[in-house]
Write a protein that binds this ligand. Structure first.
Ligand code: HSE
Length: 317
């Protein structure tokens, strides 16, 4: 399988590293060799192995008929939107970690993919390396899912954790940025927007409908003070940034807000960059997914899983 990677930041570098380290394992499981035919990035300073073909112009990749799948990792919903549309229109599959793009432009993107009979997978867009999306889409659809609730932003969770340990907000955010967890624009993390992107994609996979992003009520952790954290501690609870989607009377309602979580809730013990997703189904009962929500190699693991799905699974639309 010939692939190309557009965007060599934290996650792109992780994908190259994982393909290298786990080459035999990955190729055995997927059943063919994986060749990175192109990498595309705008940075001049990029240090890449000399055997990889490099371009700053993604259109060169679109013109290469031998490339079957493009992995888009640049983020945002402007240039990435163009890349996604052109990739699918050129008959290539798309793998993306871009929750912002799919939560805001997904309807159009899924339509184009359907029309051109190509696949798009996005396991890495939600909960990093935790394979919650595959499990939810392929495993729980008959479970009568009514609610899905999660800690979906590693950066916010990390900041809240550090504040509980005595750090102030700004230095905790800086640490999260240094660890490579935060978005390019960290206001997406701390204002709840990234969580809203992710819960909206989870809701799409559960109920088959992408709701208008503007209709989501969003509150972040940026107004949480040390005093709030102390108050939570004294009442035996913890503040967590929660994204929740519910289906009530055939209507999907999505909310993002910091909530006080009680000790007996599984989400209480989700620490640092970890994410946790609970779902409740009338037939299935409760399920809980837990794992690293950000970082190079965990997120790359989800992307490699998508390469497997390109060969073996039906598309998620
Ligand atoms: N900024 C995101 C987070 C990265 O902190 O969860 C993974 O989507």
């Amino acid at each position: 399988m010939k692939i190309a990677i557009i965007g060599i930041g934290t996650v792109g570098t992780g994908v190259l590293e994982l393909l290298n380290q786990e080459k035999n394992n990955i190729e055995n499981r997927i059943g063919e060799s994986i060749e990175v035919s192109w990498i595309c990035d705008l940075k001049d300073t990029l240090k890449i192995e000399s055997n990889l073909k490099f371009t700053k112009n993604y259109k060169e990749i679109l013109n290469d008929n031998s490339v079957e799948t493009i992995i888009e990792l640049i983020g945002g919903n402007t240039t990435a939107f163009e890349i996604a549309k052109e990739t699918l229109k050129s008959g290539k599959n798309l793998i993306t970690a871009n929750k912002h793009l799919l939560a805001t432009k997904g309807i159009e993107i899924f339509e184009i993919a359907k029309k051109h009979n190509v696949k798009i997978f996005f396991e890495a867009a939600v909960a990093g390396g935790t394979p919650a999306l595959s499990s939810i889409y392929e495993g729980t659809f008959s479970g009568g899912i009514k609610t899905i609730t999660g800690i979906l932003n590693g950066t916010s969770n990390y900041i809240l954790n550090k504040m509980e340990e005595g750090s102030d907000y700004d230095s905790a955010l800086k640490l999260a940025q240094e660890a490579g967890y935060a978005e390019l624009d960290p206001t997406f993390d701390v204002k709840g927007i990234d969580t809203a992107h992710k819960i909206s994609l989870l809701s799409y996979l559960v109920w088959g409908k992408l709701i208008d992003f503007k209709k989501i009520n969003i509150k972040g952790i940026d107004k949480i003070t040390k005093k709030d954290i102390e108050f939570a501690k004294n009442s035996g609870k913890r503040f967590k940034l929660i994204g929740e989607a519910k289906k009530i009377n055939n209507q999907i309602i999505i909310n993002v807000e910091p909530r006080l979580i009680e000790k007996n809730d599984q989400l209480y013990n989700v620490n640092d960059v970890y994410n946790g997703i609970k779902s409740y189904g009338i037939h299935l009962g409760e399920t809980f997914f837990y794992g690293k929500g950000a970082g190079a190699l965990p997120t790359a693991t989800a992307i490699i899983g998508d390469l497997y799905k390109i060969k073996n699974s039906n598309a998620w639309y």
